[in-house]
Design a protein around this ligand. Structure first.
Ligand SMILES: [Zn+2]
Length: 312
């Protein structure tokens, strides 16, 4: 029942990693230039007087500061500026950041992220531009990029693989497959190379053991799909899950990033596989193509696979 169908097939591991790193480096450069241009524009008298209601006469209120990613601050607040656009000053431990241009929604709520902040407990303050020190402050703990060495990340993944082994006997059910740890890959938790019978797990810092367990199970779902599913059972699965008839089973070897990467039948299959193996309230990430799987869905998946020694 094998098919030569790569689930996630990059052209080459190292080349893809490299080109991705370049893309991210270029994106970071572009953001840096943009920030500098914005900062100059905002600081020039022409920019500040062009729309005074958005700066001097409007009020900005700090709601919350969090650190959603390594070395990153997320500042949430509100502005009374009618246009929703405001320029705000911000400091981290008293050091001034370049002025931030924020755009608020209809309720005046804005969210702005600042990257490249050193790890540790920090005092973040915001206020109107040109009035330092700024007055509204809060404390936040910024996770440091350097806190997790590659060895620490690798240890997390190794632990996750042994947790997964207790949930799903992959040595028995996909005996020819290997799981390998690969370099950090921003935006990609892992991928499955069917023609190599290998699952690659990206050693990305800042992820929890649970995150890694989920990623390993998801990729195992692709391996199991490759080894056990047939065109007929894939169609059956799509009908059961209510997939649109024009939903492709997979990307045909193209790497897809962002939310679009979930828009494939095989991704929903891998997510239902995670739900089935974890056996708890795991939230599937393919909710744009199918709802949260029911127990009946998980049972049906188990029966389609008909794994040796597994009772459904
Ligand atoms: Zn996947």
């Amino acid at each position: 029942m094998k098919e030569a169908r790569p689930a996630h097939r990059p052209p080459s591991v190292s080349l893809r990693g490299l080109s991705q790193a370049l893309v991210f480096a270029l994106a970071a450069l572009a953001i840096a230039f943009f920030a500098i241009i914005q900062w100059r524009g905002a600081a020039s008298p022409a920019a500040t007087t062009a729309n005074p209601s958005d700066t001097a006469e409007s009020t900005v209120t700090l709601t919350r500061v969090s650190s959603p990613a390594l070395g990153t601050l997320r500042i949430k607040g509100t502005t009374t500026a009618a246009s929703g656009r405001s320029t705000i000053a911000a400091t981290v431990d008293g050091f001034e950041l370049p002025l931030l241009e924020v755009g608020a929604d209809a309720d005046g709520v804005f969210v702005v992220e600042v990257a490249g902040v050193d790890g540790g407990a920090r005092t973040v303050c915001i206020g109107p531009p040109g009035r330092i020190p700024v007055d509204q402050c809060t404390r936040v703990f910024v996770t440091d990029v350097s806190e997790e060495t590659p060895a620490v990340v690798e240890a997390h993944i190794t632990e996750a693989i042994s947790v997964v082994r207790e949930r799903f006997d992959f040595d028995r059910h996909v005996p020819n497959w290997a799981i390998e740890i690969t370099g950090p890959n921003s935006g990609l938790g892992g991928y499955t190379a069917a023609d190599e019978s290998t699952i690659y797990i990206s050693a990305n810092p800042g992820r929890t053991l649970d995150d890694y367990v989920t990623t390993v199970l998801h990729e195992l779902g692709h391996a199991v799909d490759h080894e056990y599913m047939t065109p007929a059972t894939r169609q059956l699965f799509g009908e059961l899950r209510g997939h649109r008839t024009d939903l492709p089973w997979d990307s045909g070897g193209t790497l897809v990033f962002g939310d679009d990467r979930w828009r494939f039948g095989s991704e929903d299959f891998a997510e239902v596989f995670v739900a089935w193996t974890l056996g708890d309230t795991y939230q599937t990430q393919t909710d744009m193509v199918a709802p949260q799987p029911t127990e009946a869905d998980q049972h049906a998946l188990c029966e389609m696979l008909a794994l040796d020694g597994v009772t459904c």
